[in-house]
Design a protein around this ligand. Sequence first.
Ligand code: ADP
Ligand code: TRP
Length: 323
Amino acid sequence: MSKKILLSGVKPTGRAHIGNYFGAMKQFVHLAHSGAYHCFVMIADYHALNFIQNKEEMQKVIYELALDYLAIGLDPEKVVIFKQSDVSAHTELAWIFDTLVTMPYLMRAHAYKDAEAKNKELSVGTFNYPVLMAADILLYGTQTVPVGQDQKQHVEYTRDIAQKFNNTFGETFTLPEELIITDPHIAAVPGTDGRKMSKSYNNTIPLFASREEIEKVVMSIVTDSGSDIPANVHAIHRIVSDELHRSAEEFNTMYDANKGKYQALKKLLIDDLDAFITPLRDRRAELAKDPQRVVEVLKRGAEKANERAQAKLMQAKKAIGVL
Ligand code: ADP
Ligand code: TRP
């Protein structure tokens, strides 16, 4: 049985948090190592350029994201890890698609409407975001795109764009399917203020936090006095406890024994978070000793990605009549 082609992109936009881990990264590593797919993981730096316009910060977030994925166990021998900007076929194909895609169609995208509601002076790059994403996906003959629920529409757009190209110029692109990877039991990991954990709310627990950071952030979790169990602490702890393979009975017993003792419960959460994070943090620190290795991984990934992407771009250029 031949392996399916899987591609996912991750935007480097800041420090990963445990919401990203439980909601997406963990499932992604499982899928990538399942043996069922030929996998590509792309650091979407050209997408991020819409948000990060500072040289040092860009360099930092790219490196940190690559390190994060290696630290959670993604094996570069099994998965092609590369940067979008290293494969110029992405922007080239995006231009070709730009000539086929209409403005009213892009204006209907949720992400565009949300961004526009917040800021009227959007960059053309933000408007075009789904077109570049379609190029990312279609260049590799991708069949499966693992994403969170919020990215479903982008994959639908990708299918539409592929279909339109194929109808206009002949069969060239494979139509991809999204695979929603969010664990239904953990649809949204709550943040320290009880809202969904998100970088944009400043309520995160960083995935590679130090013990001191864990203590500080857990102490800042908002608790509503009056109930026996602090709801926010409980909700986060439940997820971490499962990760440590503690049974539901044991977990409940722990909370029963500490009814009303908010400080004690927070202390228990700190210990569990530290037990979960320590191996990840140690692995990341080990990898960070050799930054050249990250450079090599991305370089090797770019070579492999370019090989495949160029072949598909040539096919598209022939189809449109410029080659
Ligand atoms: P943020 O909201 O912090 O900017 P992103 O939008 O970059 O996070 O999300 C990256 C991935 O992590 C997405 O696939 C998203 O579904 C997942 N994710 C983000 N926050 C959470 C959360 N609180 N709970 C579960 N999954 C999350
Ligand atoms: N838009 C995705 C996000 O914000 C990132 C992304 C860029 C992507 N290109 C992709 C995801 C290709 C899947 C496939 O999370």
